[in-house]
Design a protein around this ligand. Sequence first.
Ligand code: HEM
Length: 401
Amino acid sequence: MSEAVAERPSLPELVPPDQWPDPHPHYHRLRAEKPIWWIPEWDEYVFTRFEDCERILRDPTMSSDPANRRMPPPILQLGEGLDRPRSMLMMDPPDHTRLRKLVSKAFTPRTVERLRPHVADLVETMLDAVDPSGFDLLGGLGYPLPVTVICELLGIPAEDQHLFGPWSSDASRMLDGDLDAETIQRGTLAFMQLVNYLNGIFEERRAHPRDDLLSALLAAEEAGDKLSEEELRSTVVLLFVAGHETTTNLIGNGMVALLRNRDQWERLVADPSLAPGAVEEVLRYDGPVHLTARTAMRPMEIDGFEIEPGQGLLTLLAAANRDPARFPDPDRLDIARPDTHHLTFSQGAHYCLGAALARLEGQEAFKALAQRFPSLELAEEPVHREHFILRGYQKVLVQAT
Ligand code: HEM
């Protein structure tokens, strides 16, 4: 480890919970003080600059498998003995390539684009049901929209969402960092309940295959060499959880950002065709995922710091997205910003598989809200969920006159 590196013992000391509601001024301070921070308890370097984060994520020699860490990360230490899901998110080639290929066709921009009219209809139906004089944007649209879409794609009954919503929320915290033992236990229990529920659906679908992603994955599993049973389960759970927790927060965080920056909301109201730019800009400005991790697999140097094999590297995506060296006036929300090449969906081999779908859902949601409710405003100060990595609100109460 280089002598000059700045350090904090743990992630909550590097980014204290009292900064979570608006971490950006703190990220700016960290980035200005030192480009790289060191967390000894986690044996991890933390990167805040766009250029460094992008380089790490694009480097094909980096590993996403935490088992390659020379010191097991806290999430593995805390949950020892628990049967935890291992999805493609935490795999390297060739397993990662094989699993990703099995599902990637369903998520290409062209395939996803065909869903646009249907997603627009879903948004209209959901907004027909809200009371414009006061409604929760997340309960009315932000949550049910992505859940319905991912359930339809997979072939899971969307009407069961009251059952699996809470499981998914607890299980998704497993993607978060800074976990205590209780949260891990709760997340693991939720994961098991979700798996039990899905096992029932698997049985039914094995007996009666349909034209859905689940049936396609079951066929791949039965073919024997492409997908093991454990991989089948972890892939479905990942698609299912990643498919809605994050998009809910794109809609929630994005609408809060737009309504707080009234001039930008009014621009969108005046010209709803700006919705794609608005989605990119809110993903940059207040993204639903604040960091991701890699493990170095070879000795290397970044900004003069020597990195050893097995070393953990944390890329603070949200800090990179507001790096003034990359984005002029980074704290300004500008839905017509010419360059919105953010890192919110990561980069490289693990680039978010659902990016096109999340974008489409966000665009249709913003467009319909701007067209229907030009006078929309926040009815009260929204409260954040107590997550650091997966960032979103508990509730976003809005009203239109
Ligand atoms: C705004 C919404 C979303 C955000 C911000 C987001 C963010 C991310 C990020 C940062 C990664 C990569 C993590 C890494 O590099 O270590 C990722 C991977 C992934 N996402 Fe998303 N995601 C979103 C929506 C979705 C949706 C809608 C789906 C599914 C339908 C999805 C499925 C996946 C999958 C399967 C991966 C793993 C890809 C791989 O490991 O190769 N995501 N997502």
